[in-house]
Design a protein around this ligand. Structure first.
Ligand code: FES
Ligand SMILES: [Fe+2]
Length: 337
């Protein structure tokens, strides 16, 4: 070795990786973000049916009685712990398969087959739930502190198609949500050319963020997007694509810590053409969005996410990390599921 080589500056490995202030992962400290999470497609639970799902690292059931309302309850019967997914829907009650106790939509035991009075303490945890965009949603928390968004076109003027994406992503839903404020990745990974400066007029609330940008899609079409995040589980988009409007949302379920299930909600205006033309347009929008989503999935499925070294272009992402650090977390259903 020449003596000059001994004089080269030494390139030490960094001793410690720089990481910004911690953001809690889902399930850490036994808590989860207080958000609306999709549980299943509405069509998965028909009248008279009960289905079991994994949610927040536990088990729940969704059942639809003859009143047509989808109820979301903890899965384990308070009597001996049978999973109520093996039960039956009878009228507006859910009957446990084991000893035939019956539970109403509020999770109260209203009947025992043997004739003993229903114990008042025999209660299932009832999740606050709703159906919207062809999905059954449950809120993690006793009282929702925000609403799911609407598209800027009244629902009765829209055709909505909701599609469950098979499989799971090995990240928390909020990590997927962090894509939206990640302006660098929109330009680099998705190769969308902005025809404006980076958005500065971002509307932040404690439970949402929303901004718009204009650009050129990879296929050369002009796009104007309004994009945002609601809670920690919903990506929102309203787009003018080459002069035509569509709406898109990615709703993210949380079966357990470090896992996300994705549902794509597609919307087209009813006045844009015949029924067949609208369906064909939704096919096109699905292909367009699945193309974008696959570019993200390629990264999401193998990354080890951490909010690390940021640059100036990451200022919106940095603000989102702040949003996440302050986001309320709880787990009231924990003793039941
Ligand atoms: S375990 Fe459900 S009724 Fe006994
Ligand atoms: Fe993305």
């Amino acid at each position: 070795m020449s003596s000059a080589a001994w004089n080269l500056p030494k390139a030490d490995n960094p001793r410690q990786r720089f990481e910004s202030e911690k953001i809690h992962g889902e399930g850490e400290d036994g808590k989860f973000t207080q958000s609306w999470f999709p549980i299943c497609l509405s069509s998965d639970v028909k009248t008279g049916e009960v289905k079991g799902y994994e949610f927040l690292g536990g088990r729940i059931v969704a059942f639809r009685g003859e009143d047509g309302i989808a109820q979301v309850l903890s899965a384990f019967c308070p009597h001996m712990g049978a999973d109520l997914r093996t039960g039956n829907v009878m009228g507006n009650t859910l009957r446990c398969a084991f000893h035939h106790w019956k539970y109403d939509g509020d999770g109260r035991c209203v009947h025992t087959a043997i004739g003993d009075p229903p114990p008042p303490s025999a209660r299932l945890y009832k999740f606050v739930s709703q159906e919207k965009f062809g999905l059954v949603w449950a809120f993690n928390g006793d009282k929702p502190h925000y609403d799911l968004p609407d598209f800027p076109v009244p629902m009765d003027q829209l055709t909505i198609r909701t599609v469950a994406i098979p499989g799971e992503n090995p990240v928390d839903p909020w990590v997927q949500c962090a894509n939206t404020p990640d302006i660098q990745h929109i330009k680099a990974l998705h190769n969308i050319k902005f025809t404006q400066d980076d958005p500065e007029d971002i509307v932040w609330t404690d439970t949402s963020m929303l901004y718009s940008f204009a650009g050129i899609h990879t296929d050369g079409s002009s796009v104007h997007n309004v994009v945002g995040i609601y809670g920690t589980s919903l990506y929102y988009q309203a787009t003018d694509y080459a002069g035509k409007w569509f709406g898109f949302m990615d709703a993210m379920g949380l079966p357990r810590p470090g896992a996300a299930i994705n549902y794509m909600i597609l919307a087209a205006r009813n006045d844009m053409g015949t029924k067949d033309e609208i369906e064909a347009y939704l096919d096109f929008v699905f292909q367009l969005e699945i193309g974008v989503v696959s570019e993200d999935l390629h990264v999401m499925q193998s990354m080890k996410f951490r909010p690390g070294t940021l640059t100036k272009s990451d200022r919106t992402l940095g603000r989102f990390f702040e949003y996440m650090r302050k986001y309320p977390r709880a787990h009231p259903s924990q003793p039941f599921i």
